[in-house]
Structures are given as C-alpha cells and as structure tokens.
Ligand binder design. Sequence first.
Ligand code: GDP
Ligand code: IMO
Ligand code: MG
Length: 430
Amino acid sequence: MNHCVVGLQWGDEGKGKIVDILAEHSDIVVRYSGGANAGHTVIVGDTRFALHLLPSGCVRPETMCAITNGVVIDPEVLIDGIEKLAEKKLSLDGRLLVSENAHVVLDYHKIEDQLREQSLGKNKLGTTIRGIGPCYADKVGRSHAVRMADFRNLDELQAKLKSVVEYKNKVFAALYNAEPISSDTVFEKCKTYSEKLLPYITDTTEFLHQSIKENKSILFEGAQGALLDLDHGTFPFVTSSNSSSLGMSAGCGVPAKFVDEFIGVVKAYTTRVGAGPFPVEQDNDIGQYIRDKGNEYGTTTGRPRRCGWFDAVAVSYSATICAIDSVAMLHLDTLSGLKELNICRAYMMNGEEKTFFPANIARLAQARPVYTTVPGWGEDITEIKEFQDLPANARNYIQRVEELIGKPITIIGVGPRRDQTIFREKSELK
Ligand code: GDP
Ligand code: IMO
Ligand code: MG
C-alpha cells in the first residue's frame, strides 16, 4: 500500500508525527516538495527530532528515505540533519537517496529572501528566510539554477557560480544597495557539500518506479499545507511550491494513481505563521489559550503561530483539491478546558452564505465566518487510547467536524507522543 500524507491547513498540522507512525509499515518515505522551510517534529521516547529536509521516516533505522526532484535542498541543513542523526546512532548510509535533479539552495538565495522581505516593510510575506522563493524562481528561470547533479563536476560548477554570483551581486547592489558576496566563498562551501553529499545523489525516479515494481510500500510526505500551495492557496501569502497533494506527482515522478490512500492532516483548530488572511483567527484570550496549551511556536523559526477556530470551509476545500480519503486530527487535547468551541461552517459573503473556500485573497477578505457552537469538555484526554473513552463532547466535536468536511476522521491526536494517538476503526462516514 502506498500512502500520501498532506497538510490541509497552513502547515504545522502534525504531519511529522503521522508520517512517523505510518512509517512503521512503510519501506520508503519520500519528501517531494518544499525545502528547509518545513519543520516536522517527531518524538521517539525522550528524543525530539525537528526535521527540515529529511523525510520523517529517517528515525526508523530500517526505513529507506528519498528526497526527490521537487524539493529545494539547502545542503548545509541536509548535512546537519544527517550528522545529527548519526550522533544518535541513526546512520543514513545506504538508505538515503537524494535526487540529482533537485535544486540547490545556496547562500545568495537566503540573502535575497531576507533583502526582499526587508524591502517590503509592512507588506512582507513573512517567509521563513530559508531562500525558498528565490531558489524556486531560479529553477523556473533555468539559466541561473544549480542542481544536486552539479556537485559531480566541480570545475563546471565553479565557472557557473562565478557568473551566477556576478549576476546576483549586480541585482543586490542595484535593488537593495547590498554588499557583494564572493563566488569563491560559495564555491568553497560547495566543495564540502559535494564531498559529503555525493554518496547519496542518484536518480530517485528510477528508484521509486523500481520499488513500485517490487511491491514496496511507499509513504509520500507532504510539506507545508494545501492552503500554502502556490497555485491553489492564498496567493501571494503562500510558499513557492505546490504543497497540496497536487504537487506530489510532479515532485517525485510518481503519478497519483499509484497512491492507495491520501491522508489529510489537520489540527483540531487552525494555526498560521507569517502574513496573510485568516478568517477564523482569534487574536484574543482564546488564541492565546490555544498558543500556550498547544505550544504553538514555529519549529523552524520559533515565531509565535497565529491561532484560531477550526475552519471547515477551508479544510473542505483542501480535502477536495487533495483528493483526501481520510483525515488525521491532531491536538484534540489542546482544546480541553474551553467551555465552548466554535467551528466555522460557512462564510458570509455579500449577504450570502458560502461553503466553497475563496482562495483569492481579495474575495477571502470579504468573508465573515459563520460558526456552529458546540460545548467543550474539561477533562484531560492525553492518556485516552480509545475513541469511545473520550468525553461525549469531544466525540461530538469530532463528529460535527466530519459532517462539515465530509471526510472520515480516522486518527486522533491527544498529545505529541506516538502512543498519544487514537485509531478509529470506523466513523459514521466510512
Ligand atoms: P508538521 O510541520 O506538520 O510536521 O508539524 P510541526 O511539527 O511543525 O508542529 C506540530 C507540533 O504539534 C509538534 O510540536 C508536535 O510534537 C505537536 N503535536 C503533534 N500532534 C500532537 C497532538 O495530538 N497533541 C499535542 N499537544 N501536540 C501534538
Ligand atoms: P511545515 O512543513 C508553516 C509559511 C511561512 C510564510 C509562507 C512563505 O512545517 O508545515 P517560505 O519560507 O516558504 O517562502 O514562506 O509559508 N510556511 C510555513 N508555515 N509550516 C511550514 O512548513 C511552512 N513553510 C512555509 O511562514 O508564511
Ligand atoms: Mg512544521
């Protein structure tokens, strides 16, 4: 069986935890899009891993890991990830494959990301400053792109970097009055990257199709969330890749028909990092309660996450474009203690109730959430193992959300650990 796990909100839904759990029954875990803007948390016993580029299956010593064409790779972050795992006796030798066709994030991409954000002032996008946008822009532009395969021929890479850095310096000086950077410095770093990463660089598309022929079980791990998708999210407050499940096929060369189940991950409420519209945001005591209780601070940047109620309009949309079969809802425990809970069931727009999410932000700005209010529960649910043992109001909350999004919720998170997960045999919708 092949599965694809994808976030259905604005990222940080808990994909890392779900991938880690499902990886127990997978031979291969694949990261297919995004870059080190992602921060996926996996907790194994007392150890907490914050993974930025490595697939979350990497913490299981038997699992093969692939980083495919659609990912933009910051070699520094990748090497750091490999070395940190090795320190924990989790070697990736012989079980990590990195696509030769994946694009490389270099220093000048991160500098450009920062300069651009600074220059935008209050209109900034709130990116992670990981060089994601500039690297994808170079990929689409083609002429100034560096790919992992370029680490195989250092002479050619040196010449290419000379002209690319010369061009970047002209742009940085003209647009931002910034100091030039040295192509020699960039190249020296690339020599180290090449030395350390060459053993992993290969054709991941061939590997995946061979694995499919051998009936291996593959788990595709999405990064970010569908509402941050470049084409289908809340543009321009999105990331620079197709972070919905629509990006999976292009990102790894495996058509969606090879995936048996698409699993959407949501939180029991909504969070967002960075700028952009967020109709259900609670910039008040409720939002602060969720932030404190759910420890809602970014895994990659440490920024406080914006918090709000569950938005069934947004999630129905994401689940539709991602062809979701079932949903994992995490952080149910975080809602314990709130007297009443709101679920956004529609948007009021120009005097009419709408249930189809308007991804266009000018229209989204007009949307006023229409809430269904349900009673909360006071009990601590963090050690509950079975659905029927949850407080009646918690079960009711899950069932109400299921009805509104039209998808079965089959996995429920009641805490960050692996064993704080409830698997539900059947929901009314399945
Ligand atoms: P990802 O980017 O989608 O992998 O999510 P992150 O790792 O950035 O953020 C999710 C956070 O929630 C991490 O700190 C997880 O350890 C934590 N987490 C995951 N599931 C649960 C849950 O059910 N309850 C609580 N309280 N925390 C959870
Ligand atoms: P994971 O995989 C949450 C957000 C940034 C910013 C916007 C653009 O951990 O869910 P970028 O650096 O990509 O150009 O920033 O996208 N963003 C994320 N938010 N989780 C993520 O990843 C994110 N990756 C990017 O905060 O608003
Ligand atoms: Mg994250």
